[in-house]
Design a protein around this ligand. Structure first.
Ligand code: GLU
Length: 314
């Protein structure tokens, strides 16, 4: 967090005005759902900047793992991250094996995001077993997509080497790569509908490929942060039916290094404008004030606790 003392120039007199706190939210690729979500949050926070002296800005990043590592280093104040990745960071497992991020704290669980396998129709991929021998983008290092796709591979007995090409393109590059036939499909853990998959489905025939079966059932049973869900019907061109898969929650996270006041201000701005917030993206259509507390896999930050208590939600 950068504190900048601003000065007001009054004739020949220079007097210190106030110390503004600048907070930055790490998100994901610009065509994903994290980026507009960061924008929606900052819009509400900045509505009160005169009174609170807190100014919010958004950064496009590589995704969940990057956001948590960068919050840990103190270069980001907030970030959006998948609840499975938050769990791993908070407990020092998976991607964060031996690298527990103790100071990582939750602010709120925002909306569900679903592991989505977007494939070219002409690639004939009808389920997870069909990815063998295909060119599949798993996600850039630092993305949550890559982390969850590899967890799914593990559970399904599939190795990266079973693919003819394991891509590490970042989210914003995936739709063009699919259209240009450089890949047969890509994984994206994302809230729907997303501009990214709309772009893909508007430029090539795509299939939202079902991710289901006994291996996936066992995976969901094993990890509390996974839940079954459907990509809703009719979200994307050529995909009129709901598609089964599984997902997590997109969680707003921060760290103990960020002030109680900043966290309190952010959560208060969202909750006091909750109906307006919900209108800012269709991925929020089913969320409630109570659901913001479901799916948190790191402890709540003191500032968030304070507001949720005041609001009678805790
Ligand atoms: N869940 C993705 C990730 O952590 C990002 C999704 C998005 O940007 O909406 O990499």
């Amino acid at each position: 967090m950068k504190k900048i003392a601003t000065m007001t120039l009054l004739g020949a007199l220079t007097i210190p005005a106030f110390a503004a706190e600048f907070v930055t939210i790490g998100t994901g690729g610009v065509t994903g759902t994290y980026y507009p979500t960061g924008g929606a949050i900052c819009r509400l926070v900045n509505k009160y900047k005169k009174e609170t002296k807190i100014r919010c800005s958004v950064e496009s990043t590589g995704g969940s793992v990057y956001n948590i590592n960068t919050i840990k280093n103190g270069e980001l104040d907030f970030g959006i991250a998948q609840s499975d990745v938050v769990y791993q960071a908070s407990n020092g497992t998976g991607k964060f094996d031996g690298k527990q991020v103790k100071k990582l704290k939750s602010v709120m669980a925002i909306y569900p995001e679903l592991l989505t396998l977007v494939t070219r129709k002409d690639a004939n991929i009808n389920g997870i077993a069909d990815v063998k021998g295909k060119r599949i983008n798993l996600g850039n290092p630092g993305s949550g997509n890559e982390a969850t796709a590899l967890t799914l591979f593990d559970a399904s007995g599939i190795k990266k080497d079973d693919l003819s090409f394991a891509g590490a393109l970042k989210a914003s590059e995936m739709p063009d790569a699919l259209r240009d036939n450089k890949i047969d499909g890509y994984f994206y853990m994302v809230g729907h509908p997303t501009a990214n998959i709309k772009d893909a489905s508007n430029s090539v025939d795509v299939k939202i490929t079902p991710l289901e079966g006994s291996n996936i059932d066992s995976l969901i049973k094993k990890y509390p942060y996974f839940a079954k869900a459907d990509v809703p019907a009719g979200m994307y061109k050529g995909n009129p039916d709901a598609t089964p898969t599984f997902g997590v929650k997109a969680v707003l996270v921060t760290s103990d290094d960020v002030s109680e006041k900043a966290v309190y201000t952010v959560i208060k701005a969202i909750l006091e404008n909750f109906d307006d917030f919900k209108k800012l993206h269709p991925a929020y259509s089913n969320i409630t004030k109570k659901s913001l507390l479901d799916g948190l896999s790191a402890p709540l930050h003191e500032g968030a606790k304070k507001y949720f208590k005041e609001a009678g939600l805790l």
